[in-house]
Design a protein around this ligand. Structure first.
Ligand SMILES: [Mn+2]
Length: 357
């Protein structure tokens, strides 16, 4: 297991690599070429420059989050094959640079969705939150401004203005895309990229949909145990795997995360470990990582991961905004550092109580 931190790149992140280097136990960086649009080609010199920046700070790239999937690939439109060709060539570049993990998602139109990016909690911290009643009142055309107005001036991953400027076009593209078609397009994509993953030993790790249900009438397919197991069979290779994001799967209280971990086993290539607090049906917020602060049993989750033989990178995913830090919502330094220390503590205790033989 390697503890990692997401970093959006020079000029895109309020947190520096030098700061991350000082968090005890964090050795890896999860990063991306932030300016790349989905479908665009990743070039070798760009990847090598990113790698050098991270390594010069005494850290290493543990994986890419994300190489984004274009809407053409998700909907199977005319540009699909060209975008897949770009994706394959980008994976070659990453493989040649010694990078072996790629996180991606297959959510239509909107990426992760929240109604509030700075909900005030009783301790004075602020956090990302979701309220279904608020979503039901929002016109999806206003959703980009709902997010950008609360983003502290940062462009948020998954909410790139270039793409969302064409929202009407995007909704039209997905008009006839039901669950079956989305699964079929995912299968088409996975089958096309598996040979290059095999050649370069690249683990693909799909991120579950967040929240784990359909939003604004758009189909979402990566929502729980059944759909994740179905994904495994779409391309039955070890390289076709999952990012176990407890915060995303945990949005649905019906998801039994330790059981999901047990079912997926060695197909979990990457883990996002954070807690979520369910206040009432349809309302949740991102709590501190500790089990006692949220609705998930983080000990049971870390234990299930350990028992499954998990050996990949973990990141504390999001954190609250605390101590007056100004940062990308969810991606401040302080609370993620506290979260990673807690997760490392759980891991050490579990490991020492039952060493792997
Ligand atoms: Mn996540």
């Amino acid at each position: 297991m390697q503890m990692t931190m997401r970093w959006f790149g020079t000029g895109h992140d309020s947190v520096t690599l030098e700061q991350i280097r000082q968090i005890p136990g964090v050795t890896g960086i999860i990063t991306t070429l932030f300016d790349k649009l989905p479908g665009e080609l990743w070039k070798k010199d760009e990847v090598l420059a990113l790698k050098k920046t991270v390594e010069d700070a005494g850290l290493s790239i543990a994986g890419i989050e994300s190489v984004n999937i274009s809407d053409a690939i998700k909907t199977g439109s005319a540009e699909r094959d060209q975008h897949i060709e770009h994706y394959i060539r980008s994976l070659e570049v990453l493989g040649e640079a010694g990078i072996h993990l790629v996180c991606y998602n297959f959510m239509p139109v909107f990426d992760w969705t929240r109604t509030e990016l700075a909900r005030k909690r009783s301790d004075g911290s602020t956090t990302l939150a979701y309220n279904q009643m608020m979503i039901d009142k929002i016109d999806p055309n206003d959703m980009s401004s709902v997010i950008s107005e609360q983003s502290n001036g940062y462009v948020l991953a998954g909410w790139e203005p270039e793409r969302l400027a064409k929202l009407k076009e995007l909704f039209a593209m997905y008009k006839d895309i039901d669950e079956e078609k989305l699964f079929a397009n995912l299968k088409y994509f996975l089958e096309a990229i598996m040979p290059v993953c095999e050649k370069y030993d690249i683990n693909m790790a799909i991120h579950p949909d967040d929240p784990a249900w359909s939003v604004f009438g758009l189909t979402r397919i990566m929502t729980g145990k059944d759909s994740l197991l179905k994904l495994m069979k779409l391309a039955d290779k070890p390289f076709n795997g999952v990012t176990l994001c407890t915060g995303s799967l945990g949005t649905n209280p019906q998801n039994d995360i330790p059981d999901i971990i047990k079912s997926l086993g060695s197909r979990i290539h990457f883990a996002h470990l954070r807690n979520v607090r369910h206040n009432r049906p349809g309302d949740f917020e991102e709590s501190a990582h500790l089990s006692s602060d949220g609705s998930l049993d983080m000990y049971a989750i870390v234990k299930a991961l350990y028992d499954s033989g998990f050996d990949g990178p973990i990141r504390p995913d999001h954190g609250r905004a605390i101590w007056g830090e100004a940062a990308i919502p969810g991606y401040g330094l302080y609370d993620r550092a506290i979260g990673s220390a807690y997760l490392l503590g759980l891991w050490e205790a579990i490991k020492k109580a039952s060493p792997r033989t």
